[in-house]
Design a protein around this ligand. Structure first.
Ligand SMILES: Cc1cc2nc3c(=O)[nH]c(=O)nc-3n(C[C@H](O)[C@H](O)[C@H](O)COP(=O)(O)OP(=O)(O)OC[C@H]3O[C@@H](n4cnc5c(N)ncnc54)[C@H](O)[C@@H]3O)c2cc1C
Ligand SMILES: *[C@@H]1O[C@H](CO)[C@@H](O)[C@H](O)[C@H]1NC(C)=O
Ligand SMILES: *[C@@H]1O[C@H](CO)[C@@H](O)[C@H](O)[C@H]1NC(C)=O
Ligand SMILES: *[C@@H]1O[C@H](CO)[C@@H](O)[C@H](O)[C@H]1NC(C)=O
Ligand SMILES: *[C@@H]1O[C@H](CO)[C@@H](O)[C@H](O)[C@H]1NC(C)=O
Ligand SMILES: *[C@@H]1O[C@H](CO)[C@@H](O)[C@H](O)[C@H]1NC(C)=O
Ligand SMILES: *[C@@H]1O[C@H](CO)[C@@H](O)[C@H](O)[C@H]1NC(C)=O
Ligand SMILES: *[C@@H]1O[C@H](CO)[C@@H](O)[C@H](O)[C@H]1NC(C)=O
Ligand SMILES: *[C@@H]1O[C@H](CO)[C@@H](O)[C@H](O)[C@H]1NC(C)=O
Ligand SMILES: *[C@@H]1O[C@H](CO)[C@@H](O)[C@H](O)[C@H]1NC(C)=O
Ligand SMILES: *[C@@H]1O[C@H](CO)[C@@H](O)[C@H](O)[C@H]1NC(C)=O
Ligand SMILES: CC(=O)N[C@H]1CO[C@H](CO)[C@@H](O)[C@@H]1O
Ligand SMILES: CC(=O)N[C@H]1CO[C@H](CO)[C@@H](O)[C@@H]1O
Length: 697
C-alpha cells in the first residue's frame, strides 16, 4: 500500500483531533502533486506572478496563513523532466540547462559600449526560476550597501524594513548553514562564523563535497597582491577574499533552490496552488476603480504559448515576482509605465508611471584564462573516470571569490575618479531619461553609489576563480556597482513578445576604467604565488593585450553578463521616479506589489540570491502582518494585540484564534523545512479530499 494512503487510513475517524504525522520523504511526489496543480480555482486572495526564486518563497509563506488562498503562475514548465540536471550542482557546467526550454534566452539590444554586439541573457524559466539554473554562489551584500538603500527612502512609511538589520534577519530566516567537513575546510582554506548564518531556513548554504588545491591557494595569492583575506563576510562586512558558501544540500549533494526549499517539502495545502506553463500576459484592473488608485481584479495568462488567454480573479493582491526582466515587462504590457514607451509600443496607458523599467543595473564580467597541467573539475569530468559519477565530485562548483574596493584598485587615484564621476553626474543623469522624476532618480542612485559606496570598503570588483573547463583555469573580474544604467522596455503590444533589454554596458566612462583595473588584477593574481604554480601559460587574452587601449578594446569585445540584473522596479520616492514604495506597493495601484530582484534601487556587491531570498521573506512578513492587523481590527478587540509578532514567521497568531489553537508544526525530517508550519485542519481536509477524489487511483 502506498505509504501516504496508509497514513490517511490510519488516521481513521478521530483524525480531525490528531496532529497527523506523515513521512513526507517517503512519498514526496504525491505530496508535491498537490500544490503543483493542473487546474485552478476561479479566484484567489493572492495571485503571485512568477514561480521563480522570490515567487515560491512568497507562495510558501503566504499560504502558511490558512485564511489566505494563494496562486502562483509560472510561465515555464514544472522542470520535472530536467530534474536530475537541476539537482546535480556540477551539471551547471557540464550539462547546462541553457540550451533547454528552462532558459528564456533573452538577448540585449546591440550595445554601443560593446562594439554593437547583442549579448545573451539567460534567465530561468521553470519552477525555481533562475535559482534552478544558476551557479549556486551564495553570498551577501554588505551593511553599507543595504543601509544606503534604506537611506534613499528617507522617512517613507516602512523604510526601516529595508535596513541591514531587517534584511539580514530576513536573509538568515531563509537559510540553513552547514559547515564544511574538516578535510574540505583544510584543503580549501575555508573559514566561517556560524553566527552570521541562519540555521532553520528552507535553503541550504554549505560547501561542495570536493575541492582542489587552487581553491586553497586563492587566499594566499590574494595576499601576494595586497588584498586582505576575510574570515567572515556574511555578517555585513562583505569584502576581501574568501570561499563563498554554495546553495547545496550537503545531505545528498543536491542543488538547494526555491523549489526544493519552499515548495517540495510542503504538505498539501488546500489554500495553495502552483500552476506551471502559465505565461502571464497582463494585470487587469477594475474600470470603475479610481484613477491614481487602480484596483487589480484579475490576472490574464496564456496556458498555450499565446494561442488562448484565460483569467483568474484576484480578491486581495497581485504580487509580481517575475524577476528584473519579467516584472517590469508585465507592468508595461498592463499599461503601467512610462508614457513614451507605452505610446511607442501601442499599449494604452492605464496608469502612467515613468520609472518602470529604468535603472537596470547588471554586473559585467570578463575572464583571463591560463592553461594548466593540473587536474581540473573539467578534466576529471572529461576523463569519464570514477570521479565523473561520484556525487561528492559532482557537487563541486566554483566558489572562491574576492571583493576589492576602490582604493585596492586605484590607490590614491580613487579620489580623482570619484571627483570625475561627481562632475559628470548631472550629465549622466540627464542622458538617462527625459522625465524629470526619473532623472532625479538617476541622480539619487549615482549620488548614493559614488558617495556611500565607491568611497567605502565595499567591493567595486568581484574576482572569481574557476576550473570547470578541461585543461584551463580562469580568473574573472566583474563590475559590481556599474555607473552605466539601462532600461527594460517593450516595443510591441503583444505580451508574448520579448521585452527590449538595454543594459547600456560600458557607456559611462568610469565603468571601463574600473573593469580594466579589475581584469588587470585578475591577471596579476594568476601570476602571483602560489597560484602561478598551477598556471602553464596565459592563453586568453595573452600577450597581445597589455596596454590600457588593448585591454579596453578586448573588454568591449568579450565581456559578458554575470547574470545579476536588478533595480528595474526600483523602490524610491515617487518624486524620484520610483516604482514601488517601502511596502513594495506599485505607485498608483491599490493592490499590486513587486517583490523580487527588481526592487533594490542599487546593485549589490554580491551574487543576488541571498538578498532576493531576504526580500521575498521580508515581503511575505509585511503582507501577512498587513492582513493580520486588518483581521484583528475587523474581527477582534483591537485594543488587545495590534502589534504583529516581530518576525511574524509561523504564527498567523493574533489573526485567527480559531485555527492557531490547534496549529502544529509539520516540518521535514531534517529541518530543511524550518520555519514552515501548517494548519492541521487544512492538512487533514486536503488528504480526505484526495481520497474522495480517488487522486491516488
Ligand atoms: C545563469 C545564471 C547564473 C546565476 N548565478 C548565480 C549565482 O551563482 N549566485 C547567485 O546568488 N545568483 C546567481 N544568479 C542570479 C539569481 O539566480 C537571480 O538574481 C535570482 O534568481 C533572482 O530572483 P527573482 O525571483 O528576482 O527572479 P527569477 O528567479 O529569475 O524568477 C522569475 C520567475 O518569473 C517567471 N516569469 C517571468 N515572466 C513571467 C510571466 N510573464 N508569466 C509568468 N511567469 C513569469 C520566470 O519564468 C521565473 O521563473 C544567476 C542567474 C543566472 C540566470
Ligand atoms: C535530498 O535530501 C532532501 C532532504 O534533505 C530531500 O528532501 C530531497 O528529496 C533529496 N533530493 C534528492 C534528489 O534526492
Ligand atoms: C469594481 O469597483 C467597484 C467600485 O469600487 C466595485 O463596486 C466592484 O465590485 C468592483 N468590481 C470588481 C469586479 O472587482
Ligand atoms: C582534455 O584535455 C586533454 C589535454 O588537453 C586532452 O588530451 C583531452 O582530449 C581532453 N578531453 C576531452 C574530453 O576533451
Ligand atoms: C567521455 O565520454 C564522452 C561521452 O560519452 C566522450 O565524448 C568522450 O570522448 C569520453 N572521454 C574519454 C577521455 O574517454
Ligand atoms: C579598501 O581596503 C583596504 C584594505 O585592503 C583599506 O585599507 C581601505 O581603507 C579600503 N578603502 C576604503 C575606501 O574603505
Ligand atoms: C523589439 O525588440 C525585440 C527584442 O529586443 C527585437 O527582437 C525586435 O527586433 C524589436 N522589434 C522592433 C520592431 O524594433
Ligand atoms: C568590432 O566589430 C567589428 C565587426 O564585428 C570587428 O570587425 C571589429 O574588429 C571589432 N572591433 C574591435 C575593437 O574588436
Ligand atoms: C485605494 O483603494 C483601496 C482599495 O480599493 C482602498 O482600500 C484604499 O483606501 C485606497 N487608497 C487611497 C489612498 O484612496
Ligand atoms: C477590548 O479589550 C479591552 C482589554 O483587553 C477591554 O477593556 C475592552 O472592553 C474591550 N473592548 C471590547 C469592545 O470588547
Ligand atoms: C486579548 O489578550 C488576552 C491576553 O493575552 C487574551 O486572553 C484574550 O483572548 C485576547 N482577546 C482577544 C479578543 O483577542
Ligand atoms: C517585518 C518588519 O520589519 N516589519 C516592520 C515594517 O515596518 C513597520 C513600520 O515601520 C513595522 O511596524 C514593522 O514591524
Ligand atoms: C479565522 C479567520 O480569521 N477567518 C477569516 C478569514 O477571512 C474571511 C474573509 O476575509 C473572514 O470572514 C474570516 O473571519
Amino acid at each position: 500500500m502506498r505509504p501516504l494512503l496508509s497514513a490517511v487510513l490510519a488516521l481513521g475517524a478521530s483524525a480531525v483531533l490528531a496532529v497527523p504525522v506523515i513521512d513526507e520523504a517517503s512519498e514526496p511526489k504525491l505530496l508535491r502533486a498537490r500544490n503543483i496543480v493542473t487546474e485552478i480555482q476561479d479566484e484567489y486572495d493572492f495571485v503571485i506572478v512568477g514561480g521563480g526564486l522570490a515567487g515560491l518563497v512568497l507562495g510558501g509563506r503566504l499560504s502558511e496563513d490558512s485564511n489566505h488562498t494563494v496562486l502562483v503562475l509560472e510561465a515555464g514548465s514544472n522542470g520535472d523532466e530536467f530534474r536530475d540536471r537541476i539537482n546535480t550542482p556540477a551539471d551547471a557546467y557540464f550539462e547546462s540547462l541553457w540550451p533547454t526550454p528552462l532558459n528564456w534566452a533573452y538577448n540585449t539590444t546591440p550595445q554601443v559600449g560593446m562594439n554593437n554586439s547583442q549579448m545573451n541573457w539567460p534567465r530561468g524559466k521553470t519552477l525555481g526560476g533562475s535559482s534552478a539554473i544558476n551557479g549556486m554562489y551564495m553570498n551577501r551584500p554588505g551593511e553599507i550597501e543595504v543601509d544606503a538603500w534604506k537611506n534613499m527612502l528617507g522617512d517613507m512609511d516602512g523604510a526601516d524594513n529595508w535596513s541591514w538589520d531587517s534584511l539580514f534577519a530576513a536573509m538568515k530566516k531563509s537559510e540553513t548553514f552547514s559547515p564544511p567537513t574538516q578535510e574540505i575546510a583544510q584543503e580549501a582554506a575555508i573559514t566561517y562564523d556560524t553566527s552570521s548564518h541562519g540555521s532553520k531556513g528552507p535553503i541550504h548554504m554549505s560547501y561542495p563535497g570536493y575541492t582542489f588545491p587552487i581553491v586553497g591557494a586563492w587566499s594566499n595569492a590574494m595576499q601576494s597582491v595586497g588584498i586582505p583575506i576575510s574570515h567572515d563576510t556574511y555578517g555585513g562586512e562583505n569584502w576581501g577574499a574568501y570561499v563563498s558558501t554554495s546553495a547545496i544540500n550537503p545531505t545528498n549533494w543536491t542543488r538547494s533552490y526555491s523549489r526544493s526549499g519552499y515548495l517540495d517539502p510542503l504538505p498539501p495545502r488546500t489554500n495553495y496552488d502552483v500552476l506551471a506553463d502559465a505565461y502571464v500576459t497582463r494585470i487587469l484592473f477594475n474600470s470603475s476603480s479610481k484613477a491614481g488608485n487602480l484596483s487589480a481584479n484579475a490576472v490574464e495568462y496564456s496556458p498555450d504559448g499565446g494561442a488562448s488567454k484565460l483569467t483568474v480573479k484576484v480578491k486581495k493582491e497581485v504580487i509580481l515576482a517575475g524577476g528584473s526582466v519579467g516584472s517590469p515587462a508585465i507592468l508595461l504590457y498592463s499599461g503601467v509605465g512610462p508614457k513614451d514607451v507605452l505610446d511607442a509600443a501601442g499599449v494604452d496607458v492605464v496608469s502612467e508611471l515613468p520609472g518602470v523599467g529604468h535603472h537596470l543595473q547588471d554586473h559585467l564580467s570578463a575572464t583571463v584564462q591560463w592553461s594548466t597541467d593540473q587536474a581540473t573539475a573539467g578534466s576529471l569530468y572529461a576523463d569519464n573516470g570514477s570521479e565523473s559519477t561520484n556525487a561528492a565530485f559532482l557537487s563541486y562548483v566554483n566558489s572562491a571569490v574576492a571583493y576589492i574596493n576602490a582604493t585596492n584598485i586605484f590607490g590614491a587615484g580613487a579620489e580623482d575618479l570619484k571627483n570625475t564621476i561627481l562632475s559628470q553626474l548631472d550629465s549622466a543623469a540627464a542622458a538617462a531619461g527625459t522625465d524629470e522624476t526619473v532623472v532625479a532618480g538617476y541622480k539619487a542612485i549615482y549620488e548614493t553609489t559614488v558617495n556611500k559606496i565607491f568611497s567605502s570598503p565595499i567591493g567595486q570588483i568581484e574576482l572569481l576563480i574557476g576550473n570547470n573547463l578541461n585543461g584551463t583555469i580562469n580568473i574573472g573580474a566583474s563590475l559590481q556597482h556599474p555607473f552605466s544604467h539601462g532600461q527594460v522596455s517593450i516595443n510591441s503590444s503583444n505580451p508574448m513578445d520579448y521585452p527590449v533589454i538595454n543594459p547600456n554596458y560600458l557607456t559611462h566612462p568610469a565603468d571601463i576604467q574600473i573593469l580594466r583595473e579589475g581584469i588587470k588584477t585578475a591577471r596579476r593574481l594568476g601570476e602571483a604565488p602560489p597560484l602561478a604554480d598551477s598556471m602553464t601559460k596565459e592563453v586568453w587574452p595573452g600577450s597581445d593585450v597589455e596596454s590600457d587601449d588593448e585591454w579596453d578594446d578586448w573588454l568591449r569585445e568579450v565581456s559578458f553578463t554575470e547574470y545579476h540584473p536588478s533595480s528595474t522596479c526600483a523602490m524610491m520616492p515617487l518624486e524620484q521616479g520610483g516604482v514601488v514604495d517601502a511596502n513594495l506597493r506599485v505607485y498608483g495601484l491599490a493592490n499590486v506589489r513587486v517583490a523580487d530582484a527588481s526592487v533594490p534601487p542599487i546593485a549589490f556587491s554580491a551574487h543576488l540570491m541571498s538578498s532576493t531570498y531576504g526580500i521575498a521573506e521580508q515581503a511575505s512578513t509585511l503582507i501577512r502582518n498587513y492582513y493580520n492587523i486588518d483581521l484583528i481590527s475587523k474581527s477582534h478587540n483591537s485594543t488587545n494585540s495590534t502589534k504583529p509578532s516581530k518576525t511574524g514567521s509561523d504564527k498567523s497568531a493574533a489573526s485567527s484564534s480559531s485555527t492557531t489553537s490547534t496549529a502544529a508544526s509539520a516540518s521535514t525530517t531534517n529541518g530543511s523545512d524550518g520555519g514552515f508550519s501548517v494548519q492541521p485542519w487544512t492538512f487533514i481536509s486536503t488528504i480526505l479530499a484526495f481520497v474522495a477524489l480517488e487522486y491516488f487511483l
